[in-house]
Write a protein that binds this ligand. Structure first.
Ligand code: HEM
Length: 466
């Protein structure tokens, strides 16, 4: 259906009188990038969009990050873009990012290879086996981390969440357990991501060069893991084989035709969307709960109730408990995703002349589907800036809704959705059932990534009561 629709959209353009959306391109070369970035650094990053929406409507033209860009704050327009394939749009990233990711990264490839890798990863990350493993791993990692928290010094939630989420990710992707190798990987990964938005200069001393070196070391580690796995398995047609991590999936599932280089490069690239987003979700949920005592109380009661029931029956927690038996916790996570907008928008580049909703999009233009403005639009959400988990009562945050797309949509819909939600549920459960806590003063930064300025410090008191 989408293919047919895209085809029609391309054909219509040739005969229609559609015109570019209204708007301005700003200054020569830099366009409106400086205004966009300076708004992004303020408490109200939507101000760039709001001003233009008022003047030109929900879809307008601009010139940001070096390219003429159509900015869309319209959910239907965004849906069309996200559901299009490479015949209409391809992903668009800054040059430094594509340098670091390489040409075979799932984040940049298109067509059947992207579909194949995406499908394999998504079905593994959604599988009950992986969810059970993540639940067990998370219990261990969170317990180790929380055992070291003290009542005298504030705990920085952002750092703690980052550490735990990285351990889960490295285990799920490449099967690595916590230890010295994991620490080296974590350090290299930090060096690597520093280069994601940097000057595209690859000479020694420059950040991009250091980041490429770090990626090389990480790829070497993954290659070692791949070769151990290949040597450990005599045949790939074993029916009993249960993949333990994404490397297993890409090596031995499907037709097993993917080259080792592509797998090892992709393992590092796969950490990019997963590494920061999940701990940010946990941190934001803690922030919003600290500002809404009624929600914190309801969430705490729900989690303590389930824990007591489980303890009485002597049953361990399994992954479905965190999702199905904690409905209010799920609503808190959904609302944190809506208000927090961890990914503010998705950038694409038109591969041909197009027409969408009466607007023409010339080939080579970027389209910035700005999800954040949709999530904070009073047309779709009453009091949109208020954290109100109860708004999700009896409503499913279905990934097909065009008004709620924190994980994108279409064929690049985030394959880590379930994993992200599960990790956040476990983290919140452990936090509120083990401790009473109070947040200290902190403030939110929205650019270039969403994070808390001081790392979201909280003061804790261990619970003695059941
Ligand atoms: C709260 C957490 C997360 C958020 C908000 C999030 C958001 C997103 C969004 C908006 C996209 C679409 C990008 C696009 O269309 O170009 C995406 C793609 C992706 N995400 Fe996530 N993500 C999260 C967690 C994760 C996790 C835990 C993983 C696990 C590895 C992951 C892996 C990916 C991958 C591989 C893609 C690219 C898929 C493709 O292009 O085929 N994400 N994510």
């Amino acid at each position: 259906l989408h293919v047919a629709r895209n085809h029609l959209a391309r054909k219509r353009l040739k005969s229609s009188s559609a015109s570019l959306p209204q708007g301005t391109f700003g200054w020569p070369f830099i366009g409106e990038t400086i205004e966009f970035i300076s708004c992004a650094y303020t408490d109200n990053p939507e101000s760039f969009m709001e001003k233009r929406r008022a003047l030109y409507g929900k879809v307008f033209k601009s010139h940001i990050f070096g390219s003429p860009t159509i900015v869309s704050t319209d959910p239907e327009f965004n849906k069309f873009v996200l559901q299009s394939d490479a015949r209409s749009f391809v992903p668009s990233y800054p040059k430094s990012l594509t340098e670091l990711m390489g040409s075979s990264s799932i984040l940049v490839i298109n067509g059947s290879l992207q579909k194949k890798i995406h499908g394999l990863i998504a079905s593994f990350l959604k599988s009950p086996d992986l969810k059970s493993q993540v639940t067990n791993d998370m219990h261990n990692y969170v317990q180790t981390s929380m055992a070291a928290w003290t009542e005298h010094v504030p705990v920085l939630i952002q750092d703690q969440a980052k550490k735990v989420a990285f351990q889960v990710l490295a285990k799920a992707l490449i099967g690595l357990d916590p230890g010295d190798e994991m620490e080296l990987l974590r350090r290299d990964f930090q060096e690597f991501i520093h280069g994601l938005i940097s000057l595209p200069v690859k000479i020694p001393g420059c950040q991009l060069y250091r980041s490429l070196q770090a990626k090389r070391r990480m790829v070497k580690l993954v290659k070692k893991i791949i070769s151990c796995k290949r040597n450990g398995r005599s045949t790939s047609s074993d029916k009993e084989f249960v993949p333990q991590d994404v490397v297993d999936v890409l090596l031995f599932s499907g037709d097993g035709q993917l080259p080792d280089n592509l797998i090892s490069d992709n393992m590092i690239d796969l950490m990019i969307p997963g590494e920061d987003s999940v701990p940010t979700l946990m941190t934001l949920a803690v922030k919003y709960l600290s500002e809404c005592p009624r929600a914190l109380q309801e969430l705490t009661e729900e989690n303590l109730r389930l824990k007591n029931e489980k303890d009485q029956r002597g049953e361990p927690f399994c992954y479905s408990d965190y999702i199905a038996s904690l409905p209010f916790t799920q609503m808190v996570i959904t609302e944190s995703l809506r208000v927090g907008n961890i990914i503010s928008g998705v950038m694409r580049k038109a591969t041909t002349d197009l027409e969408i909703k009466g607007f023409s999009i010339p080939k080579g233009y970027c389209v910035f589907t700005y999800i954040r403005s949709v999530h904070l639009d009073k047309e779709h959400y009453e009091s949109p800036y208020t954290f109100n988990p109860w708004r999700w009562l009896d409503k499913s945050p279905s990934s097909s809704s065009s008004h709620f797309t924190p994980f994108g949509g279409g064929q690049r819909l985030c394959p880590g959705i379930d994993l992200a939600r599960l990790e956040a549920s476990i983290f919140l459960h452990q936090l509120v059932t083990k401790f009473r806590w109070e947040a200290e003063e902190d403030s939110l930064i929205n650019f270039p990534t969403v994070r808390m300025k001081k790392g979201m410090p909280i003061r804790i008191k261990r619970r003695s009561d059941p």
